[in-house]
Ligand binder design. Structure first.
Ligand code: MRU
Length: 344
């Protein structure tokens, strides 16, 4: 399954706000509209945001009327700035901007027409690499899963959160393919319900058995020994292994430690931000509180109710048993293992 892709000088993506009831493909010719779609979470999930940003930058440049390298360079900066203003936590977005800019600079001196072609090619390469990384994460991660394991996951870290295949769900899919007869508990993931709407949709398509639970049920099932391990994705991993992921991840990690259940994170190396020594400096996106006070356009609370809506939380490295990347499985001390994996 593809989530976001390049097609005939346009970017196409599955509108995730319509799932699970409708599979609608949106088409973009204007990079600004694509950036708005990211902000509105029509596409979401850190790796998918990174890929969409790379494709969006290629889209902006490809449709540019600039006739010199200098003009094109200004256009590129404007395009990058637009994407950087969409979602602040997923580092893959900033990683994709850096990679596209590097490619642009490397080709200084070439004609705008040639540079456009090169940037489109680079964005397509980033898309394919993301799928390949996820498949490798799946293979490596599946080795940590035993026959009959019952796995809890949070949010959606599947094909929909990447260019295809998925990170945490990639591991789950691979273990299922290997015939390990796994079962999955899916947290509904308030307030945007990525677990209830998207992860259920994906696992149903794959024929993987699952049970949907509300976010406050995990401790109950852990205590009853019905969960063997937890596996989640990540939006940004700091140099010391602290992980920013969907709000509600941190309490799961604490609960897992209390119940001696391994807690794993699966993410491509493009999610690792070695420039940040710890997670404390990871920017946490604050979203509109209407996502908390309303559902399906209807108010759930008395008028004037004050609400908060941080979209992510931070899980300190001490709660994480291992971080599964496409280049290997990192274990504590993460400062060393992550650097080694990233070749720093
Ligand atoms: O707000 P979202 O839906 O973009 O948040 C997504 C998550 O937190 C995912 O768990 C994370 O990006 C990993 S996706 C492979």
């Amino acid at each position: 399954m593809r989530t976001v892709w390049w097609s005939k000088n346009r970017v196409k993506l599955i509108d995730q706000t319509k799932l699970p009831f409708k599979t609608e493909v949106l088409e973009f010719r204007d990079y600004r509209k694509l950036a708005r779609a990211i902000k509105e979470m029509r596409l979401r999930g850190a790796p998918a945001i990174g890929v969409a940003t790379a494709l969006g930058i290629a889209l902006g440049i490809n449709h540019s009327k600039a006739s010199s390298f200098r003009e094109l360079s200004k256009e590129l900066d404007r395009t990058i700035k637009t994407f950087q203003g969409t979602r602040p936590t997923a580092v893959n977005l900033f990683w994709a901007c850096r990679r596209m800019k590097k490619k642009f600079r490397e080709n200084r001196g070439k004609s705008p027409k040639e540079i456009k072609r090169i940037l489109v090619q680079e964005a397509k390469r980033i898309t394919q690499e993301d799928i390949d990384c996820c498949k490798r994460i799946g293979e490596l991660g599946a080795s940590l899963i035993k026959k009959g394991d019952s796995i809890l996951t949070h949010c959606n870290a599947g094909a929909l959160a990447t260019a295809g295949y998925g990170t945490a769900l990639g591991v789950i899919k691979k273990a299922h393919e290997e015939g390990k007869r796994i079962k999955v508990f899916i947290d509904e993931t308030r307030p945007r319900l990525q677990g209830a709407r998207l992860t259920t949709w994906e696992l149903k398509r794959e024929g993987i058995p699952f049970t949907l639970i509300t976010d406050n049920m995990a401790g109950y099932f852990m205590k009853k020994k019905e969960i063997d391990l937890v596996i989640v994705g990540a939006d940004r991993i700091a140099g010391n292994g602290d992980v920013a992921n969907k709000i509600g991840t941190y309490p799961l990690a604490v609960l897992a430690k209390e119940h001696k259940i391994p807690f794993y994170v699966a993410a491509p190396t493009s999610t690792i931000d070695l420039r940040l020594p710890s997670g404390n400096r990871i920017p946490i996106e604050e979203r509109n509180t209407r996502e908390v006070t309303h559902m399906g356009g209807r108010a759930l609370v008395p008028k004037g109710t004050k609400a908060a809506n941080p979209a992510f939380d931070l899980t300190p490295n001490r709660y994480i048993k291992a971080i599964i990347t496409e280049k290997g499985i990192a274990r504590r001390p993460y400062r060393q293992s992550l650097r080694k994996i990233c070749g720093w």
